[in-house]
Design a protein. Structure first.
Ligand code: LCS
Length: 396
């Protein structure tokens, strides 16, 4: 139950939009406009001065995008949200807003490859330093805190290793030092995990994934307090300019209506596939947070509703064996991205995390035989029979 007094599924469908304000249109209209006219020059002056409410220009705000932001803020149990043209636009706007030269970030030992790349860039070009931390204990985090540490950045589950970070523990340490906790919640969506309710400060999503859910949009979201979001909106969002288009906001609004139903089905399917993978002789390790054998299962029980739709596993053999396995698949597409209706499979060491140097990749736990599977919404039996025939071919 969120602040509206309604449950998640109901909020996902109804919140943030009143049909009566739009001629009864059931779907949110797409305000496909770059700018908004003023009645008078004085009105334009008042809007720019912030003395009068109203739209000005779609890089600053747009009604379709606003409807999306309202809905996501409510689903994440935050005060306000901002929509971006990609997940990376959201990550960069948040991190650049929180930091200045000589500041320091502590980051989970394992993040999406481009987030890793952004941290490198911030260090090399802007002198914003970072350390990676396994975050398995309070002591590990405390040992890295410096007077200049302003932010702890966490992905959980971590892409693609599926390791989990205990958010309650991170928040406890961060609060002692007045450090902001930023969580990339992409793998869970707000349906499975709500970091703000645990005390984290900002949640980020690549909305390209489960929030959109249909593989047809690139988008990002940040959620937090009104004050923090207003600061980002008027600086790193407005002036760097990675805003979401009205049509893409509409696609996300459409996707969110079925988020809860889709997530449950992704989880149902993933649970079945995990069971089968664990029994196959060619599969060495299976990483799925909802699996009682997962090393972080106790963290899973604390902070996640279900295990999600992503599974990682290692097959016995080399990089070439992993690639041969992928090439034998017939139904499942070889593609990066995740959270779509279609089951997608990729090889992190040569794809999503190819930009991460080999040594850092190994430290994150990304071996050359690691494979990441985004379980889609097809019948799980068909997903499994494709995986099984490909594994069997590789074994032969
Ligand atoms: N955060 C996480 C955890 C991600 O997985 C991604 C993209 C991003 C942020 C960036 O979002 P984007 O700008 O692409 O919307 N992850 C991808 C992946 O694993 N495969 O392809 C993209």
């Amino acid at each position: 139950m969120n602040h509206t007094g309604k449950r998640f599924e109901t909020t996902a469908i109804h919140h943030g939009y009143d049909t009566k304000e739009h001629l009864g249109s059931l779907a949110v209209p797409i305000f496909q406009t770059s700018t908004f006219t003023f009645d008078t020059a004085e009105q334009g002056e008042a809007r720019f001065a912030g003395q009068e409410e109203g739209y000005i220009y779609s890089r600053l705000a747009n009604p379709t995008v606003r409807a999306l932001e309202e809905k996501i803020a409510c689903l994440e149990e935050g005060e306000a949200a901002l929509a971006f043209s990609s997940g990376m636009a959201a990550v960069s706007a948040v991190l650049l807003s929180l930091t200045k030269a000589n500041d320091h970030i502590i980051c989970s030992q394992g993040v999406y490859g481009c987030t890793f790349g952004l941290l490198q860039l911030m260090k090399e070009k802007y002198r914003i330093d970072h350390d990676f931390c396994a975050m398995e204990s309070e002591e590990q985090i405390r040992a890295l805190i410096r007077p200049e540490t302003v932010c702890i950045y966490v992905e959980t589950p971590i892409n693609p290793t599926m390791k989990l970070i205990d958010l309650e523990m991170v928040v406890k340490v961060a609060k002692e030092h007045g450090i902001a906790v930023v969580v990339d919640n992409t793998f869970c969506s707000p349906y499975l995990q709500r970091p703000l309710s645990i005390g984290c400060d900002i949640v980020i999503h690549s909305a390209t994934k489960y929030i959109g859910g249909h593989g047809d949009v690139i988008a990002g979201i940040a959620v937090g307090t009104k004050e923090r979001m207003a600061e980002i909106a008027k600086t790193t969002q407005k002036d760097i300019g990675g805003v979401l288009s009205p049509f893409d906001a509409w696609l996300l609004l459409r996707g969110i209506k079925t988020l809860a139903v889709r997530m449950d089905r992704h989880c149902d399917n993933a649970e079945k596939i995990v069971e089968k993978l664990k029994k196959h002789p060619l599969v060495e390790n299976v990483y799925y947070p909802g699996d009682p054998d997962h090393r972080d299962f106790s963290i899973y029980r604390k902070q996640m509703k279900r295990g999600g739709g992503l599974i990682s596993f290692e097959i016995k053999g080399t990089k070439e064996d992993a690639q041969r396995f992928l090439n034998c698949l017939q139904l499942i597409h070889i593609a990066v991205s995740l959270g779509d209706t279609e089951t997608l499979i990729q090889h992190p060491a040569t794809m999503t995390h190819a930009v991460v140097p080999e040594e850092a990749r190994k430290q994150m736990g990304i071996s050359d035989s690691l494979i990441r599977l985004s379980v889609g919404l097809e019948a799980w039996e068909d997903i499994w029979s494709d995986l099984e025939q490909a594994l069997d071919q590789c074994q032969a």
